[in-house]
Design a protein around this ligand. Structure first.
Ligand code: SF4
Ligand code: SF4
Length: 117
């Protein structure tokens, strides 16, 4: 499953450098699919749009750190446990994204897609 940061986040930033896919961003930050991945050219997003991997996208939150669900693999292929959860000092701050509760095989496929493996 992809994860989501909830509104009990204290914006400490501890999670952001731990993500192997660079899926976590500061509040208000623009983001790209290319950052932290090997993606190039057009890629599809969950909302049905296609974007250039290098193009900047709007922040998903202006108040709290946020996770781009298209880039979150639950750390599959890199770590045994979700690194953002492991490093977050706030209990139950990072939860399963209700709209992106993907099975493991989907997450492994996403990891391979993101990193060209
Ligand atoms: Fe990144 Fe892993 Fe957290 Fe997903 S679960 S946002 S891949 S650190
Ligand atoms: Fe928010 Fe937890 Fe990340 Fe800190 S580690 S920025 S509290 S989600």
């Amino acid at each position: 499953m992809a994860l989501i940061i909830t509104d009990i986040c204290i914006n400490c930033g501890a999670c952001e450098p731990e993500c192997p896919n660079q899926a976590i961003y500061e509040p208000g930050s623009e983001w790209t699919m290319a950052e932290g991945t090997s993606l190039q050219g057009l890629v599809g997003l969950y909302n049905g749009s296609e974007v250039d991997a290098e193009d900047s996208q709007e922040a998903l939150s202006d108040e709290f750190y946020f996770i781009v669900p298209e880039k979150c693999t639950g750390c599959k292929g890199f770590h045994e446990e979700e690194q953002c959860v492991a490093f977050c000092p706030v209990d139950d701050c990072i939860l399963v994204h209700p709209d992106h509760d993907e099975p493991d095989e989907t997450l492994y496929a996403k990891q391979a897609f993101l990193h060209g493996e």
